[in-house]
Design a protein around this ligand. Structure first.
Ligand code: FES
Ligand code: FES
Length: 185
């Protein structure tokens, strides 16, 4: 008997469980867009090079075009539809709006998901290739434009909105830090 080429899987997306049949070759990107109608996640290159399809998996960013849907079972997937905090936009969404961090908007969902994780990675002290002092005791490096550009380098913008994107990420990181301080008081 030929092995089955499809399975019924349960994906947890933005806190909701979805049970769906998928061909084993279905990418997470196609499962989100074609099966769950979550079309906020965009398909650019479909080969891991542009970052348009970036989502968060267990809080870490991932290009969903290189992830099989079956491999995402049992993990928490967050898409652009799920990054807001209820009716309140995520600071990254708000700063992209306020500072025009986009032109056509096609890359924007991926940029925003990527920035959400990049800010958290930076706050947690993860170094990047642009970090001069990578010793753990040095703590998070200043979030300079160079750091932001390096940390966001997996997300391409064909409109070239990079200047505004960098400003938006910097503003969002400050806002996130302020919110964290408020929450700690
Ligand atoms: S569509 Fe996934 S990286 Fe381009
Ligand atoms: S805003 Fe158009 S591709 Fe980035």
């Amino acid at each position: 008997m030929a092995p089955s080429t499809s399975s019924v899987i349960t994906l947890t997306v933005n806190g909701e469980k979805h049970t769906l049949p998928v061909d084993h070759r279905t990418t997470l990107l196609d499962a989100l867009r074609e099966h769950l109608d979550l079309t906020g996640t965009k398909k650019g290159c479909d080969q891991g090079q542009c970052g348009a399809c970036t989502v968060l998996i267990d809080g870490r960013r991932a290009v969903s075009c290189l992830q099989l849907a079956v491999a995402a079972e049992g993990r928490a997937v967050t898409t652009i539809e799920g990054v807001a905090e209820g009716d309140r936009l995520h600071p990254v969404q708000q700063s992209f709006l306020d500072l025009d961090g986009y032109q056509c908007g096609y890359c924007t969902p991926g940029q925003i998901c990527s920035a959400v994780a990049a800010i958290e990675e930076h706050a947690a002290g993860w170094p990047s290739a642009a970090t001069a002092d990578v010793r753990p005791e040095a703590g998070p490096p200043p979030l300079t434009d160079e750091e932001i550009r390096e940390r966001m380098s997996g997300n391409l913008c064909r409109c070239g909105a990079y200047v505004s994107i960098v400003q938006a990420v910097a503003r969002a990181a400050e806002e996130q830090a302020d919110r964290a301080e408020e929450a700690a008081v």
